[in-house]
Design a protein around this ligand. Structure first.
Ligand code: NAD
Ligand code: GLY
Length: 360
């Protein structure tokens, strides 16, 4: 097992990465200090891993809530179900929520923990690659609004993150690829070496080779922890983690939160951000090609086919980075270097969204 720390003063917490962690009762007991524990999971993950986790936590007063599976359930209704259960169980302020599942479970369970009695502890036990490299770390919790992704939420840090890389063994290939999109993102915004490593090792990741996965998860969590430690509330550098997300969230919203996986939307959004950067003369055509090739090799979609460009711009206007100066985007100046900047004029974005290549 390897342990990283996310340093936030008295709210610092460990990120444990390794094999077999959800059955490690000593680690679980150390990580979940509370007596009252509600495990929140979903109908897909529960039959695979719930019993193991419950066994590991047998010295605690543990209850479980099994949610329906899917991004379309990342809603205020689901949030209310979790809070209802905590009240039914008469859980106190020193209780703990354990989120066992992917980013959907982590985000909604985290938001319930952020709100119940004005905030109780929660532990993230992420079981998708995307959640292991991104959503379980950093304390962003949220549910979706029908008109915009993650519109309702809070910053609330977990007390611990337990990443059991063995759980990736049951993950469908499409979900694995979705997680790779966020790893590519780290390479693109801050770590050209990681991007080069991905170019050389992408097939090892898609084949679930344990050492390659462990390297990618460790490196990604290291980058995310460092960024969040520097800018917890996204006043500056943390916004870079949204590369591809303004386009991507719009794709997810327009698809009714069922068509695109989050990571797929981020992959296509990243290609659109790269193409916008190229159109502005900031990124070379060769770098654009390298980005698209890598995402394709990971099995990810790279074109927003069938999506209306005007609808996209309307949905993008609801992005959380939009301020009184208008829409802002994360764009690339090189592989490994990104900036948060005012969006270019509408016509440029429309051309990019329509797939009109134009010139630099
Ligand atoms: P997800 O939670 O929907 O999980 C994907 C699918 O895999 C689901 O069907 C799930 O039941 C299943 N699953 C989970 N673990 C499994 C396992 N080990 N074996 C088999 N199946 C398994 O999706 P996701 O990609 O994990 O997360 C996407 C969500 O995360 C989005 O809502 C996105 O907005 C959010 N997100 C949040 C942050 C953040 O910082 N909070 C960052 C990135 C993404
Ligand atoms: N996934 C973006 C962030 O955590 O800031």
């Amino acid at each position: 097992m390897q342990t990283l720390e996310l340093s936030l003063g008295e709210r610092s917490y460990p990120i444990h990465i390794g094999s077999g962690l959800i059955s490690d009762s000593a680690l679980l007991e150390r990580s979940v200090a509370a007596e009252q524990v509600l495990i929140v999971t979903n109908e897909t993950v529960a039959p695979l891993y719930l019993e193991r986790l419950e066994r590991g936590l047998r010295t605690r007063n543990t209850a479980a809530l099994v949610l329906p599976d899917g991004e379309q359930y990342k809603t205020l209704d689901t949030f209310s179900r979790i809070v209802d259960r905590l009240i039914e169980l008469r859980f106190h302020r020193d209780a703990c929520v354990v989120a066992l599942g992917g980013g959907v479970v982590g985000d909604v369970a985290g938001y319930a923990a952020a709100s119940y009695q004005r905030g109780i502890a929660y532990v993230q036990v992420p079981t998708t690659l995307l959640a292991q490299v991104d959503s379980s770390v950093g304390g962003k919790t949220a549910v979706n609004h029908p008109s915009a992704k993650n519109m309702i939420g809070a910053f609330h840090q977990p007390v611990s993150v337990l990443i059991d890389t063995d759980t990736l063994g049951t993950l469908p290939g499409r979900e694995l690829a979705a997680g790779i999109a966020e790893i590519v993102k780290y390479g693109l915004i801050l770590d050209p070496e990681l991007f080069g490593w991905l170019e050389n090792n992408i097939e090892r990741l898609t084949a679930l080779e344990a050492p390659a996965l462990a390297h990618a998860v460790r490196r990604s969590c290291g980058i995310k922890a460092a960024v969040v430690a520097e800018d917890e509330r996204e006043q500056g550098k943390r916004a870079l983690l949204n590369l591809g997300h303004t386009f991507g969230h719009a794709l997810e919203t327009l698809g009714g939160y069922g068509k695109w996986l989050h990571g797929e939307a981020v992959a296509t959004g990243t290609v659109l951000a790269a193409e916008t950067s190229r159109r502005l003369g900031w990124l070379s055509a060769d770098d654009c090609r390298r980005i698209e090739d890598l995402l394709r090799r990971a099995g990810l979609p790279v074109r927003a086919e069938g999506v209306d460009a005007d609808d996209m711009l309307e949905a993008m206007a609801l992005d959380k980075k939009t301020g009184r100066d208008g829409l802002r985007l994360v764009l690339l100046t090189a592989i490994g270097e990104a900036v948060v900047t005012a969006a270019p004029e509408r016509e440029v974005l429309l051309e990019v969204l329509r797939g009109e290549r134009g010139t630099a």
